[in-house]
Design a protein around this ligand. Structure first.
Ligand SMILES: Cc1cc2nc3c(=O)[nH]c(=O)nc-3n(C[C@H](O)[C@H](O)[C@H](O)COP(=O)(O)O)c2cc1C
Length: 339
């Protein structure tokens, strides 16, 4: 994708704020959850450039709403002046917020030498900054913001790149993975939802001697996993999760959700994270000193992408072959089971 000059696209959590709007009501970013937010900072209401910019945004409010977006204009003006600005120029649809101490502008990096620099941010529906413009030139700006928003919205309606790209890759490099990255994977796993928030997962990152021993427990078909620099064991037991009627023991489900998070986080970070069931559970538990009453649910094999030349012919084919799935209609039904 080619970005218009001066535009940056990124993924950064948007700082939340709490400011008075032109009607004196307190407004926060979280009030706009689930909507895109076009947040723009301007130096002073009623001046020529700021009036033109606001009029441009206001004239395209219908287009922004059509893309599930709200437009927020922030300046150091007091709420009363913002209200007069809105009335005088009929700037309907823009949420004007007053930031007299420039705290929010500062949090967004939209000030220089104590003054606002005209800036615009596109914040997505997960309150992540996806595009930003600094030192905005007003003519044509609203059109470029709309165009970018259209692009972002269209991209967001596609399958997540991490889901599309992830595979059970086996060509893993033995190069070490820094501890802090493994820690990040564990954080991602630990942020998974779980029944009653029981967090029934337990992780053991095999290292040093325990990793050596764990490798010995791997099934022959998992020869490729022996090269991996990191293996994370996922263990739990029924009592750690919800136990409900009709055989609904949720510990396995909780752990599956956690591993799902871990895999997608790894994919985004350029890592392979491949869960396996092919190991001797008694040997593996012994290697990691996992208590007898725990189920060792899976080992997640983690590492950077590496040399595929070390794979068997069968695995080489899978590494690069098409993704195999039965058709969705065989497993997903609308209305009734099997319907
Ligand atoms: C619980 C579980 C256990 C698995 N065990 C192994 C394994 O022991 N060895 C292996 O090579 N792949 C294993 N896999 C990988 C699957 O074979 C793979 O996910 C499946 O073929 C779909 O391919 P994809 O992940 O590339 O879409 C396992 C996957 C899961 C979820």
């Amino acid at each position: 994708m080619i970005f218009p000059e001066g535009v940056k696209m990124l993924y950064k959590l948007a700082p939340d704020f709490s400011l008075r709007d032109a009607d004196g009501e307190e407004r926060s970013l979280r009030d706009f959850r689930g909507r895109y937010v076009v947040l723009y900072f301007f130096p002073r209401a009623m001046t020529q450039g700021c009036t033109k910019e606001a009029q441009d945004f206001s004239s395209r409010i219908g287009d922004f709403k059509g893309l599930y977006a709200e437009v927020i204009g922030i300046s150091p003006d007091p709420a009363g002046r913002l209200s007069r600005f809105r009335e005088r120029y009929g700037l309907d649809g823009i949420h004007f917020l007053s930031d007299p101490e420039l705290r929010v502008a500062e949090a967004y990096g939209a000030i220089e030498d104590g003054k606002i620099i005209r800036s615009t941010f596109i914040i997505d529906r997960t309150q992540t900054i996806r595009a930003l413009w600094k030192r905005v030139k007003v003519p044509g700006h609203v059109d470029e913001v709309l165009e970018m928003l259209r692009t972002i919205h269209a991209a967001d309606m596609e399958l997540l790149p991490e889901i599309r790209f992830r595979r059970a890759f086996r060509a893993i490099s033995p190069d070490p993975v820094p501890r802090e990255l493994v820690q990040r994977l564990l954080e991602a796993a630990h942020l998974a939802p779980s029944c009653f928030n029981n967090q029934s997962w337990r992780f053991v990152v095999a290292e040093g001697e325990s990793l050596e021993k764990l490798r010995e427990s791997l099934a022959g078909g998992n020869y490729w996993a022996k090269r991996a620099p990191v293996i994370i064991a996922v263990a739990s037991k029924p009592e750690l999760g919800c136990r409900l009627s009709d055989r609904r023991d949720y510990f396995l489900f909780d752990c599956g959700m956690a591993v799902g998070n871990l895999m997608l986080q790894a994919t985004r970070m350029g890592l392979i994270a491949h869960p396996i069931a092919g190991y001797n559970p008694e040997k593996a538990k012994e290697a990691l000193r996992i208590p007898e009453d725990y189920v060792l649910i899976t080992l997640v094999v983690v590492g950077w992408h590496g040399d595929a030349g070390k794979l068997s012919e069968k695995h080489l084919e899978r590494e690069f072959g098409p993704r195999e799935r039965v058709s969705l209609s065989e497993v997903a039904f609308w209305g009734y089971f099997g319907g």
